[in-house]
Each structure stands twice: as structure tokens, then as C-alpha cells.
Design a protein around this ligand. Structure first.
Ligand SMILES: N[C@@H](CCC(=O)N[C@@H](CS)C(=O)NCC(=O)O)C(=O)O
Length: 252
């Protein structure tokens, strides 16, 4: 089976220079990390919000993976598909019993980590959006008044520190889990989809580089910091976002 059989439809912040942008979508990042962990090549189709419906149809979300015989939508379904096609003894996304743990990590991350991180990230997602993508985001993804409130908080150094402390409190769950489990990753010494879920939040949060010192490399979370180093190395993955525009993030 050729390793470049896949096409990944992924989100980018604005419609210009699509090819040069790193996706900031938590969900697309999961799939990109899974593909990296399995060593699979793919063709990217970067889409701004406004391109999704015309390209893929109404109601379709990103990531979407075209497999050559069909399309798989939803990052967890894509992980299951890739597991079925490519898992080996040494590289896999779930492994025996891993799917249940990954589901649990997904509901913890999307239910607790995502809302805690949004005040520190959403204003930057919006700042990098073009006007059409911004309008889509605040009408269809996250309410405009909340984005406005989060933007005001991100300009206030004290609120940034409080919001970062709230994220650390959520990540304390992972810190304690890592303290009581063996291996460098969430499921032992092999990085899996569970790591890609948390990794998606780590990589997306590079849109706000202040979060490294405030969250990901903080003395309160030494095992999380170690995990970040190990997962970056194991995935070999990188993102490159433009620096935060002046005035969007307070100096902390
Ligand atoms: N549960 C889905 C969520 C995917 C998702 O919400 N993707 C967003 C981009 S970050 C999207 O495509 N939104 C378009 C829309 O909702 O209209 C997954 O894990 O793939």
C-alpha cells in the first residue's frame, strides 16, 4: 500500500497563502499528529471556514480524510480508520484497550481543557482570521460576545495569569495520571491517539507563545513538561504561526 494515498482537508486561518499556514484546529492537529506517529504521508488541502461547504458539502467538518475509496470525517473516526489500516506491533494509535482510554481523554480534553484554553487562544485565532473566517467563527463556532469578553481578558495581564492557572488546574489531572502510570506517554512507551489529543492542544496553543512558560513548561506540572518534550520528539511535528499581533496579548 502506497504511503501517500491520503488527502487531508484541514483548516487554515485565512484564505490567502493557504499552503504556507499551519492549521490551528485542535481536531485537525490530532489527525496530523496521528499521521506523523504512523509515518504516513498525505496531500494537504488547506481550507478556510468559508471554503468547507463548497468543497466538501454542508455539515462536513475538518479534519476530513479522503482515502482513495471514500471519505472519513471526525478525528476519532479517522484514528480508528488509520488504526485498522496501519497499526503494527510497534506503531499504533490505540493498541489493545487503548480506544476506551482515548475516548476518556477526548471527553476530558474537549470538556475541560478546551473551555479553559479558549480565553487564551480564541482572540488570537480571530486576530489571524480574514474577515470572512472571523464572521464564520463568531456566528457558527463561538458566540461573538464571548469572544469579545475573552479578547478583553487577554489584554489584562492579571486575567491572563488567572486563566493560565485555570488551565494548569485542568492539566493537573494529566500530571497525576502520568505520576501513576509507567512509560513516557499516556499509554506506556508508544505514543498513541490519546497523546495526539492532548498534543493538538499543545501545538494549537503555540499561537500564544506565552503559554509555554505559563502552562506547558511550568514548575507545577513537571511530568506534563516532560511529556511535551517527549511527544514533540516522538512526533517530529512542528507548527509555525505568525507572532501575536501587537496589543492582542498582555505582557505577562
Ligand atoms: N468532533 C470533530 C470536530 C471537528 C470540528 O468541529 N472541526 C471544525 C474546525 S476546528 C469545523 O470543521 N468546523 C466547521 C463548522 O462547524 O461549520 C472532530 O474531532 O473531528
Amino acid at each position: 500500500m502506497s504511503s501517500s494515498q491520503y488527502t487531508l482537508y484541514e483548516l487554515v486561518a485565512h484564505a490567502d497563502d493557504r499552503e504556507s499556514q499551519s492549521t490551528h484546529s485542535f481536531f485537525v492537529l490530532r489527525t496530523k499528529l496521528d499521521l506523523a506517529l504512523l509515518g504516513l504521508k498525505y496531500t494537504r488541502v488547506p481550507l478556510a471556514f468559508g471554503d468547507i461547504e463548497g468543497t466538501l458539502g454542508a455539515g462536513v467538518t475538518l479534519p476530513t480524510l479522503a482515502t482513495g475509496t471514500g471519505r472519513v470525517v471526525d478525528s476519532f473516526s479517522i484514528a480508528e480508520y488509520l488504526e485498522g489500516q496501519h497499526a503494527t506491533g510497534g506503531k499504533y494509535l490505540f493498541g489493545p484497550g487503548g480506544s476506551r482510554l482515548a475516548r476518556f481523554i477526548q471527553s476530558w480534553a474537549d470538556g475541560a481543557l478546551l473551555p479553559a484554553m479558549m480565553p487564551l487562544l480564541a482572540p488570537l485565532f480571530v486576530a489571524h482570521n480574514d474577515a470572512a473566517s472571523r464572521a464564520y467563527f463568531v456566528t457558527r463556532i463561538w458566540p461573538a460576545d464571548e469572544v469579545e469578553r475573552m479578547s478583553a481578558e487577554l489584554r489584562d495581564a492579571e486575567r491572563v495569569r488567572e486563566n493560565a492557572a485555570a488551565v494548569r488546574k485542568v492539566l493537573r489531572v494529566l500530571e497525576v495520571y502520568l505520576a501513576h502510570s509507567s512509560g513516557r506517554f499516556i499509554l506506556g512507551d508508544t505514543p498513541t491517539h490519546a497523546d495526539s489529543i492532548v498534543g493538538g492542544y499543545y501545538f494549537a496553543s503555540q499561537v500564544n507563545p506565552a503559554l509555554n512558560a505559563l502552562v506547558w513548561d511550568h514548575a507545577e506540572l513537571p511530568r506534563v513538561a516532560r511529556w511535551v518534550k517527549d511527544f514533540k520528539e516522538a512526533s517530529g511535528f512542528e507548527v509555525a504561526y505568525p507572532p501575536p499581533p501587537a496589543g492582542v496579548v498582555a505582557d505577562v
